[in-house]
Design a protein around this ligand. Structure first.
Ligand code: DOR
Length: 358
């Protein structure tokens, strides 16, 4: 049995309002609670998106209702950077700020430099972070898995690494100009790790996250199934190793899940046709404990930093309650047993330890 502070996930998608058939706040909260999370930060790609106070209120009311049923998990919504996440017009940051943990257009990169620059200037004044999904649309070229060996071998359209790191590079220059607190979502490439390592060395207020799937899988693990499809995609082993180095040396601050539930139908259309996104809340700790702590790659203390302490620091949260995991008894990952409505995970059938006991 081990006892650690309850975990924090800076990046989840609970689909209410708008897409309750994929996940409700209640089912998302139950998944988070079963997995050992006390705090989760929800992305605003909802319908309506959280781009006005009025729209945000719809979500806040739903959160309040769900919180009456499921205790012990606090939901922290992000607000949109741009109206409708379309990238053209900034939201009213001042009005949204009292209700949100930070600003993100997750699911979409903010393409226009002048818009991101303005967003950072305002965030700097308000003391709120920009939580950035970095992706240059012009470099996507219809891709849906990594632009690597697997895509070439099986005739798929690839997403190049540059689509991610180019935008991180641009944004880091804007952070230099503005001093805005900047957190990069789901990094997946070696270039991203290097850019952030250098930015940290030069003292910029930058943090970042990756997710267990980028640390454990590569494009060569892909199968022709929707449960292997997410954005950013699984990259190469070199990228994976750079990410592992990044968690070991502190370049990467947090393990987030990018918990992104979709319906069975939406995930049943292979690699090209399925929606982007996999669920992660109920597998993150067991995977990280089994394949990183138990294998001696990182210590348990380091894992607690990555899954609890650093996110608490970034978002100014308190210490959190203590939770206990049984790390002796092995079990097999079975999505049929998830609390989440989303069942798509590339980790089905993996043997792990690390079940929450209290
Ligand atoms: O795989 C993903 N799914 N990546 C994103 O950026 C968005 C997310 C979603 O909302 O489904």
């Amino acid at each position: 049995m081990i006892e650690i502070p309850a975990m924090v996930d800076l990046h989840v998608h609970f689909r209410e309002p708008g897409f309750e058939y994929k996940e409700t706040i209640e089912t998302g909260m139950r998944a988070a609670k079963t997995a050992g999370y006390s705090d989760v930060f929800t992305m605003p790609n909802l319908r309506p998106a959280q781009d006005t106070v009025e729209h945000l209120m719809v979500q806040l009311e739903a959160i309040e209702k769900a919180s009456e049923k499921t205790k012990g998990v606090t939901i922290h919504p992000y607000g949109c950077i741009t109206m409708g996440q379309k990238g053209d017009q900034l939201t009213d940051f001042e009005a949204l700020a009292p209700y949100v943990a930070g600003f993100s257009d997750d699911g979409h990169g903010v393409q226009r430099t002048e818009i991101m620059l303005e967003a950072m200037k305002i965030c700097r004044k308000l003391g709120k972070p920009i939580v950035a999904h970095c992706e240059v649309n012009d470099l996507l070229r219809g891709g849906y898995i990594h632009d690597g060996d697997y895509a070439k071998m099986f005739g798929h359209k690839g997403i190049c690494s540059e689509s991610e790191w180019r935008m991180i590079e641009r944004d880091l220059n804007l952070v230099k100009l503005t001093g805005c607190q900047y957190h990069v979502c789901h990094i997946s490439t070696k270039e991203s790790v290097n850019l952030i390592r250098e930015a940290k060395k030069s003292g910029l207020p930058v943090t970042c996250e990756t997710a267990p799937h980028y640390l454990l899988l590569t494009d060569m693990d892909l199968r022709e199934e929707g449960r292997f499809k997410m954005n950013p995609p699984l990259r190469t082993d070199e990228d994976r190793m750079a990410l592992v180095e990044g968690i070991v040396d502190g370049t990467i601050d947090c393990i987030a899940t990018d918990h992104a539930p979709h319906s069975a139908e939406e995930k049943a259309k292979g690699l090209s046709g399925s929606s982007f996104g996999i669920v992660g809340l109920e597998t993150a700790f067991p995977l990280m404990y089994t394949y990183f702590v138990n294998k001696g790659i990182i210590t348990l203390e380091k894992l607690v930093e990555l899954m609890s302490y650093n996110a608490r620091k970034i978002m100014h949260l308190g210490k959190g309650r203590m939770i206990k995991f049984d790390v002796e008894k092995e079990f097999v990952i079975d999505p049929g047993k998830f609390e989440s409505k989303g069942k798509a995970t590339p980790f089905t059938g993996w043997k792990v330890v690390g079940r929450l006991v209290e």
